[in-house]
Design a protein around this ligand. Structure first.
Ligand code: FES
Length: 130
């Protein structure tokens, strides 16, 4: 075998996800939502909802139209009862626990869920691509 057949060895370079801190779990009240910008878009790119002491996170993009964000005002992702997620643009309503649209123009579609981690001391983090 000739010496001009160089081959790359080892794993191909890949970027590992990085962990981004969002907040302490106690900073997330029950049946309330809060937006975060872990992707540094200059606007909330995901939001976290706490319901029955469980956290749910979704990208802040309505499946109905383009990359429309859901709230009409900062952190206003839920209806006044705190029972459902609402898109302010055209009124789509989403189940908090599944992200599924339950009424409105994108019935049958869902919000995009985001995985969270909660440390033993209550720090809420998300892993995002580097
Ligand atoms: S963009 Fe959300 S309901 Fe239309």
């Amino acid at each position: 075998m000739g010496s001009n057949t160089a081959q790359k060895e080892g794993p191909s370079p890949t970027r590992s996800p990085r962990k981004v801190e969002l907040c302490h779990i106690d900073a997330l009240p029950e049946r309330r939502a809060r937006g975060f910008d872990p992707f540094n878009h200059g606007r909330p790119s995901l939001f976290v909802v706490k319901k029955n002491s469980v956290l749910y996170a979704y990208l802040d993009i309505c499946p109905h139209y383009g990359d429309t964000q859901l709230p009409w005002k900062k952190n206003e992702y839920l209806d006044k009862t705190g029972d459902v997620i609402v898109c302010a643009a055209h009124g789509a309503r989403f189940d908090i626990t599944s992200g599924n649209c339950i009424s409105g123009p994108c019935l049958g579609q869902s919000l995009t869920a985001v995985g969270l981690q909660v440390s033993k001391d209550g720090l809420v983090t998300v892993q995002i691509p580097s």
